[in-house]
Design a protein around this ligand. Structure first.
Ligand code: NAD
Length: 248
């Protein structure tokens, strides 16, 4: 089993059709203990209990540094270690550049960028002690293309920031045995995108995707399993594109 007894924390993993939930599920299938962090305690616990007794759901707003530290302390208190952190929580807003108000900017950057900083800062002291760990950060094709189908420019900025932050972390933390990588998903069918796709829009989007389909959360989860596990033991500072060829 690729993640036998590994303690894996995944943020933003309670959403039923979400990428985080698919990651938690796949990690559990491969022997990992999935710790589901999300805003709502009941939803996080329900998502974890669907996976079985070995897993946990904890309420944690990743924009709150103290909450991140408390969540990680609880994980290490209960399970003795943390092997994998997936910084997956993210929100988007479909705004044009000139319509972005300060509050919009703060909200979107806070979850993806501040959340990645705070959660990683909470996990790293424990990983340093173990001299091992894998951190996976969720970026987006929007960072690479300067725009997505649903995300505004502030979303592109946040997700580009995630790529830079992850590379800098990889450089600094490599000597401690901690690997840090990113995933840049293309258009994945989840609640972020769900319900907003008309047939005409979907046909238009598919013209730009060589694999001729939208992605599933499981497509992203499989890339995440690779980065979380020892399959990628010599990979750090990398970005895996999971986008059906959108950028070719
Ligand atoms: P989703 O909306 O289904 O899931 C996001 C989860 O994050 C939700 O469960 C939500 O409650 C949680 N969340 C939001 N704010 C939070 C906070 N402050 N603290 C903790 N949790 C919080 O979205 P998804 O499509 O599964 O997206 C997951 C990640 O993948 C996001 O970072 C998103 O930007 C990224 N992404 C998604 C797509 C796509 O097409 N769906 C493409 C590229 C990147």
């Amino acid at each position: 089993m690729l993640l036998s007894n590994k303690v894996c924390v995944i943020t933003g993993a309670a959403s039923k059709r979400g990428i985080g939930r698919a990651i938690a599920k796949l990690f559990a299938l491969h022997g990992g203990r999935s710790i589901i962090l999300d805003l709502d305690a009941a939803q996080a616990s329900a998502a974890a209990s669907e996976l079985g007794e070995a897993h946990r759901g904890i309420a944690c707003d990743v924009t709150d540094k103290d909450a991140c530290i408390a969540a990680l302390d609880r994980v290490v208190g209960d399970f003795g270690r943390v092997d994998v952190l997936v910084n997956n929580a993210g929100i988007t807003q479909p705004l044009k550049f000139m319509d972005i108000a300060p509050g919009n900017y703060d909200a979107v950057l806070d979850v993806s960028l501040r959340g990645t900083l705070y959660m990683s800062q909470a996990a790293i002291p424990h990983m340093r002690k173990q001299r091992s760990g894998s951190i996976v950060c969720m970026s987006s094709v929007s960072a690479q293309r300067g725009g997505g189908i649903f995300g505004g420019p502030h979303y592109s900025a946040a997700k580009a920031g995630v790529l830079g932050l992850a590379k800098a972390m990889a450089r600094e933390l490599g000597p401690d045995g901690i690997r840090v990588n990113s995933i840049a998903p293309g258009l994945i069918q989840t609640d972020i995108t769900g319900g907003k796709l008309t047939d005409d829009l979907k046909a238009e989007i598919l013209k730009g995707i060589p694999l001729n389909r939208l992605g599933d959360a499981e497509d992203v989860a499989r890339a995440c399993l690779f980065l979380a596990s020892e399959l990628s033991s010599y990979v750090t500072g990398a970005t895996i594109d999971v986008n059906g060829g959108m950028l070719i």
